[in-house]
Structures are given as C-alpha cells and as structure tokens.
Design a protein around this ligand. Structure first.
Ligand code: Z3R
Length: 295
C-alpha cells in the first residue's frame, strides 16, 4: 500500500469506500477500493480471490480497468483505473436537462460494455448510476463488474446504507437464483429511462413490495401465460392484476419513438423475453448514433 498516496474519498460503494490515489512511482492517478467483507476476521475467501483475479483480464474501453489486487493482512484493496465522475454526480450537474444525442451515446456505451462482459460470461448484477463512470470526454465505463459473484450482494452496504432495489428485475425480486445476463439488461432499461429523464429514477421503490408494484403498474402484472414459471419462484407473491399503462410516452416524454421501443424491449418482466445487449446495440434507435462513438 506504500505504493499509493491516498487522496480524497470519491465514493461509497456496496463493499467499501473508494479513494482517489496516486501511484508514488509513476504519478498515475487511480481509484482504490478497500473491500470489507462481512466476516473480516475470516480473511478473504479463496474463491473470491480467484474470481477477482479473473477480472483483471477484462479489458475494454467501456469497462473500468482493474489494474491490481492487493491482498494482505486479510484485507483486500482493488486498484482501478480512475474516472472523472459517476453518473449520479453527472445527473446532479445537469439541472434537469440532457441532450438526446448524449443519452444515445451514453446508452450505446453502456450496452457495449455489457455485451463485452456478457460474452465473457461475467455479469454485473448490481448496475446503477453510481457504478457507471463518465470521463470529461463523454466516455462511459462500467465499474464493479463481477464483484457480485465474488462477494455476493449484501442487503446493506458496509456503511449500513440499504442496497438499492431500483434497478433490480422482477425475477430477482421474486427470489430467482438463476443469474443470467437478462438481470443487467433490466437494469440497463431502468438506467436508459433515467438518462432520458436527466436523472429522475424510473422505479424508485422503498421495499421489495413497493418496487414490484411500481413495475407492474407501468408494465402490467405478468401472469403464468406471459411468464411461465413465475408463480414457482421462491419469493413469489400475487399482486393485483394491473393493466399495462397505455404508453411509455408520459414516462419518458423526451425519448423518440424508436427509443421508447428499445426501452420497452429491455423492460420485459419475463427474463427470457428481455432483449440482449448485442440486439439492443443493433436496434434502430442507434441508426443515427454519432459515428465517433462507434469508432
Ligand atoms: C472503480 C470502482 C468504483 C469507482 C471508481 C473506480 N471510481 C469512482 S467509483 C468514482 C466516483 C467518483 S469519481 C470516480 S464521484 O466523485 O463522481 N463520486
């Protein structure tokens, strides 16, 4: 750890505090994440360490690079590429307005990062604005990929803050234990709507019940016909049969018809019907994407 000079705190993540830091030899600025585990005195499980070390191999322009894993005295510090700000902070700077081309460019990069991880069989499982990082040049990078498999998702953060449910799909809220890329695709839909609304969250639920109610009120309550197997999920409970709200146009008024079509295809309650990252990248919404983003 003498290798880095700790600078200011830049984030409070699910697993620990994130600090800006400087490599004393090279002067390079990095982000240090000290991971706190539930059972600190047990040390870091070897399974978690193996998982984390695999993440060093993930290299893509839309993924925050993991440079190093420092493991000593039963403590774990992850050394990441530094980015200028997270999407939550970016939203705070917007004053309620966002350019539609910026929404498109950010959403495309989110999907490209997801496609890269999913094609390497790595899921995020806890995507939210706080782990989407943005550079001054408009580059978007996904942070904390693969940490959920290594450490699990706790109910509370190490700081006692409740882990948000806002981006969690109905299958996971009903207790599904089979984790697939579709989880991240739901979250990407929620984030797409939030981008289009300059930072207003789509489903800001206060608990699991309220979360599912908000989802079903907009999209309609799923049934065994639209989602075979739903009633057999471990935490399934019946909800009133809401009809789908007539159109997403009131929910995301600034989004184009094509954008709304893409959003609708990401926000499918039945996980097997949800669009994949590669199909989303090829959606007509991105036809007029700034070519510089694709390059
Ligand atoms: C890796 C993992 C998590 C984070 C990283 C890198 N960088 C983060 S969070 C960050 C957060 C800000 S700047 C960089 S903030 O100032 O916008 N909260």
């Amino acid at each position: 750890m003498q290798k880095y000079e700790k600078l200011e705190k830049i984030g409070e993540g699910t697993y620990g505090t994130v600090f800006k830091a400087k490599n004393r030899e090279s002067g390079e600025i990095v982000a240090l994440k000290r991971v706190r585990l539930d059972d600190d005195d047990e040390g870091v499980p070897s399974s978690a360490l193996r998982e984390i070390c695999l993440l060093k191999e993930l290299k893509h322009k839309n993924i925050v690079a993991l440079y190093d894993v420092l493991h000593s005295e039963r403590k774990l510090t992850l050394v990441f590429e530094h980015c200028d700000q997270d999407l939550k902070k970016y939203f705070d700077s917007l004053n309620g307005e966002i350019d539609s081309d910026v929404v498109k460019a950010l959403m495309y990069q989110l999907l490209r990062g997801l496609h890269y991880c999913h094609s390497h069989n790595i899921l995020h499982r806890d995507l939210k604005p706080q782990n989407l990082l943005i550079n001054k040049t408009g580059e978007l990078k996904l942070a904390d990929f693969g940490l959920a498999r290594a450490f699990g998702i706790p109910v509370r953060c190490y700081s006692a803050e409740v882990v948000t449910l806002w981006y969690r799909p109905p299958d996971v809220l009903f207790g599904a234990k089979l984790y697939t890329p579709s989880i991240d695709m739901w979250s990407s839909g929620c984030i797409f709507a939030e981008l289009a609304n300059a930072g207003r969250p789509l489903f800001p639920g206060s608990d699991v019940d309220d979360q599912l109610k908000r989802v079903f009120k907009l999209l309609g309550t799923p049934t065994e016909d639209t989602w075979p197997g739903m009633c057999s999920l471990p935490d399934f409970k019946p909800f009133p049969l809401y009809q789908p709200s007539l159109s997403l146009s009131q929910v995301v008024p600034k989004l184009s018809t094509r954008g709304r079509d893409l959003l609708q295809k990401l926000l499918i309650c039945n996980p097997s019907g949800r669009m994949s990252a590669i199909d989303a990248m090829n959606h007509l919404y991105f036809t007029d994407l700034n070519p510089a983003v694709k390059a």
